[in-house]
Write a protein that binds this ligand. Structure first.
Ligand code: SF4
Length: 584
């Protein structure tokens, strides 16, 4: 054989190159390599162009109409996809099908779905029913108890741990997330360390740690009072309840007021109230049975103290007065108010005096209280008699008591004159409230790479998939097999996607999420900024849209919420398809 013939044999690169593709990322996959999707899928099944080839069960190439006018591009397979070999088959897939069906689109006729990648590729304390536990301990021991979590209404709920993950950091960036005024110890701020792609629950919805900005309010996963709890707390603090510098709420009542205190404790159930009996001593040395109610230390109570104790001394913030309604006023009055019949020349008169003790507040605050009552339609005046007291002017006191009487239970009716006892008690306001999460600003700090910190831990939680840490609620991270593909992995796999696009030849490409957008078009903008916009890529119309899993984590359908925005986007897609079909 001549050397020329020998060379031409080696030049038959089409055959050799195709055979080499599965194992070598350096071998390009030129356009036109595959004539059918089946050929391409067979190659993907044997492919080892990136490390994901080592862990897959099935390569996940695509599903839907091979000649569809719309192509949906996702990121990478998850567990369900890896097992079935089909993209978008879990909860996200079901939601995607529903979204498509809402504008009469289906994978049978109009849509083909593919992925960028075809193969599946901490010491934080967690609040559990048994106290706080370290995340790595939970993972190592596969502990399956219940952890505190937040449901879609923002209520705190206990949910079971259902999965445990230990994964390599694999070049991901690490952030420390903590509250600015969180407790410090000699090891630094108390918070958690998370990879940049970890999701955090904020007022803006679920966002990655990387997207967190200064001033973002995160769900702390610790209780905030509901509307009635707020009235009980404020009314009690206006009375003689206090919050200690360590954030402990405490109030005392006489044993005769036990039933009333239990009602208060019921409303504040989210703060884990503890009612205890103790022996109190009066100034003249007499002892008597008393009750105290303490509430668990929380971020909400800690921040409330900042507001109520300027210069470490209790004072009424005017903002607290502005939040009070008649229920809160009733609590304040029951805790620190009195009434008595007026007398003249030894004769008891019909009119009554009503007084509320204000304590050791400043003269300015006493005047603010008078002004506040004026805005509520009551004429009052404040007097200093060793401490400040508030008096209702003639005829105003009875009107005030009339307005709050329905919130005064049987055990406290002695705080009302007999003529008001016929006003029925409204037990409804003293029912337990759903415990909602408190929101608080957070700080994040990029950590320098640590050679000894190359393993991260995470857990799955039933239904809600999130759990409470010392610096807020975090979503379970992507399990190791479902992490964001690395740039090398995306680059290695992209030629397959380009071939799929060439074979399907869609009129419209929908890119689900920032990774799909960046990988195909190179556009690095945040998905929240660019979703719903038409882009041109290689002469094709593309629209970035939210990933269905993002919608599952943000279920609100309110105007402006991710689901509402998706509804706008999918309608625009339907309209564009109709327009294209009309023109061809
Ligand atoms: S390049 Fe794509 S098909 Fe190949 S191993 Fe990686 S992810 Fe799988």
């Amino acid at each position: 054989m001549s050397s020329e013939n020998q060379l031409s044999l080696f030049d038959d690169s089409n055959f050799n190159q195709q055979e080499l593709i599965p194992t070598d990322p350096k071998i390009p996959i030129p356009p036109g390599t595959y004539s059918t999707m089946t050929e391409l899928a067979q190659h993907c099944d044997r492919c080892h162009r990136c490390v994901l080839g080592n862990t897959r069960t099935h390569a996940v190439v695509g599903r839907g109409n091979l000649k569809a006018p719309i192509m949906v591009v996702g990121e990478a397979p998850g567990q369900n996809e890896d097992e079935t070999g089909l993209p978008f088959v879990g909860k996200s897939g079901q939601l995607l099908e529903k979204i498509l069906a809402s504008v009469n689109l289906s994978t049978d006729q109009d849509v083909y779905i593919a992925n960028i990648n075809k193969c599946l590729g901490g010491y934080t304390r967690i609040i559990t029913e048994e106290g706080s536990k370290r995340l790595n301990w939970i993972v190592k021991n596969q502990w399956s108890g219940k952890v505190l979590s937040v449901d879609s209404n923002g209520s705190l709920v206990w949910k079971q741990v259902t999965g445990w993950y230990r994964s390599k950091l694999a070049g991901r960036q690490l952030y420390k997330v903590f509250f600015p005024d969180g407790k410090c110890n000699n090891k630094g701020e108390v918070g958690y360390i998370a990879t940049a792609d970890h999701q955090v629950l904020t007022r803006r919805g679920w966002i990655t740690v990387e997207e967190l900005q200064g001033g973002d309010l995160v769900a702390t996963g610790t209780p905030a009072p509901g509307s009635r709890g707020l009235q009980v707390l404020l009314g009690s603090l206006l009375g003689d309840a206090c919050i200690s510098s360590s954030g402990q709420f405490l109030e005392n009542h006489s044993i005769q007021q036990a039933a009333y205190l239990k009602l208060k404790a019921r409303v504040l159930n989210g703060f884990r109230p503890q009612v205890k009996e103790y022996l109190a001593k009066s100034q003249n040395g007499k002892t008597y049975q008393s009750l105290s109610m303490g509430l668990a230390k929380t971020y909400y109570l800690h921040d409330l103290r900042e507001e109520w104790y300027p210069n470490n001394k209790k004072d009424f913030p005017i903002t607290a007065l502005e939040k009070l309604d008649n229920f809160g006023l009733a609590i304040w009055y029951m805790d620190d108010g009195y009434w008595r019949r007026k007398t003249k020349d030894g004769q008891i008169r019909k009119s009554i005096d009503v007084e509320i003790a204000l304590g050791n507040i400043t003269p300015e605050t006493a005047q603010k209280v008078v002004k506040y009552f004026e805005t509520q339609g009551y004429r009052t005046y404040a007097v200093f008699k060793s401490t400040w007291r508030l008096f209702f002017r003639y005829g105003e006191g009875i009107r005030f008591l009339e307005n709050i009487a329905e919130y005064i239970p049987a055990s406290m009716r002695y705080k009302l004159p007999e003529e008001l006892h016929s006003i029925p008690f409204n037990i409804e306001v003293y029912q337990e409230e759903a415990v909602v999460t408190y929101w608080k600003p957070v700080i994040k700090k990029l950590l320098p790479p640590k050679p000894d910190f190359d393993v991260v831990y995470c857990i799955d939680v039933e239904d809600t998939a999130n759990f409470v840490t010392p610096a807020g609620v975090v979503h379970n991270c992507r399990p190791p097999e479902n992490r964001v593909p690395t740039t090398q992995e995306m680059t290695a796999c992209k030629p397959y996607l380009l071939e799929q696009i060439r074979l399907v030849d869609p009129k419209i490409i929908l890119l689900t999420g920032a990774t799909a957008l960046k990988s195909l078009t190179g556009d690095k903008r945040a998905i929240t900024k660019i979703r719903g916009q038409w882009l041109e890529w290689e002469g094709r119309l593309c629209m970035p849209i939210f990933h269905p899993s993002y919608l599952l984590r943000n279920p609100s359908k309110e105007r402006g919420a991710p689901k509402w925005l998706m509804w706008q986007d999918i309608q625009a897609v339907r309209a564009k398809l109709d327009e294209i079909r009309k023109d061809t």
